[in-house]
Design a protein around this ligand. Structure first.
Ligand code: FMN
Length: 222
């Protein structure tokens, strides 16, 4: 049954909950503006990699992160589970929340974007992306855009959120967080900033969602 309201699908994969946090914030904003919103979580089920992502914090943060490098550099895909809501349907807009792993789109989202069912979902449909990352968003954005366009989607400019700190301190902060689940002041003796999304960035995400709502609520706006 269609409600006559624009229907927006928000698809995410998340390990440390930042993609989900942004999806929740944007979903609230879109709903407030009269959109029907469906949120869908991709599950990473690949037997080769799943163990390290089953628990949080990681047992060996540095090694667990490093262990994903070969597959990410080779742009490998892996086994995932896609909920039925993200396997097709008549959405007015699809938004993909895409964490960066090793400079590019994480394996679960890349795998999702390459599935035939994603072709059915995106064909002729406007789609956008939200990149969450410590620092590297460019390749991730381009990858989501290009794979989505290959599947027949019409790309709408997305947004990215990178975390505090320069090259070294943001990395130390990420490793510290992945290994402890806590925001610590120092790691290996070095003062570190807080990793993950700031409240200001969540507000920016809400503003981005308001722009998307305007597009889908305006006839021929997307
Ligand atoms: C295996 C792994 C590799 C990562 N590699 C990068 C990277 O190359 N560049 C970057 O900016 N962030 C990198 N990150 C940081 C993530 O993009 C960041 O933690 C983001 O919040 C993950 O999304 P999530 O919280 O929804 O799981 C990596 C994180 C993990 C777990």
């Amino acid at each position: 049954m269609t409600t006559g309201r624009p229907h927006v699908l928000l698809v995410h994969y998340t390990y440390t909950q930042q993609a989900l946090k942004m999806s929740d914030a944007m979903a609230g904003e879109l709903r407030e503006r009269g959109c029907e919103v469906t949120q869908a979580a991709i599950e990473f089920t690949d037997a080769k990699y799943v163990d390290r992502f089953k628990r949080f914090p990681m047992s060996h943060a540095f090694l667990d992160v490093l262990g994903m490098m070969p597959a990410q550099v080779r742009r490998k895909t892996g086994e995932i589970r896609v909920p039925p809501e993200a396997e097709g349907g008549a959405y007015d807009l699809v938004c993909v929340f895409s964490p960066t792993w090793w400079l590019t789109t994480c394996m679960p989202i890349r795998s999702f974007l390459k599935l035939p069912t994603t072709g059915a979902l995106l064909d002729g449909t406007p789609f956008t992306d939200v990149v969450v990352c410590r620092r590297y968003w460019g390749n991730n954005h381009r990858t989501v855009r290009d794979l989505g366009v290959e599947q027949g989607g019409k790309y709408v400019e997305g947004i990215h959120f990178a975390y505090a700190g320069g090259q070294i301190r943001s990395l130390l902060s990420l490793i510290s967080y992945l290994g402890s689940g806590e925001y610590r002041e120092r790691f290996v003796g070095v003062p570190i900033p807080r990793t993950n999304l700031s409240d200001t960035q969540v507000e920016e995400g809400r503003a981005f969602a308001r722009g998307l709502a305007e597009r889908v609520l305006t006839p021929a706006g997307v």
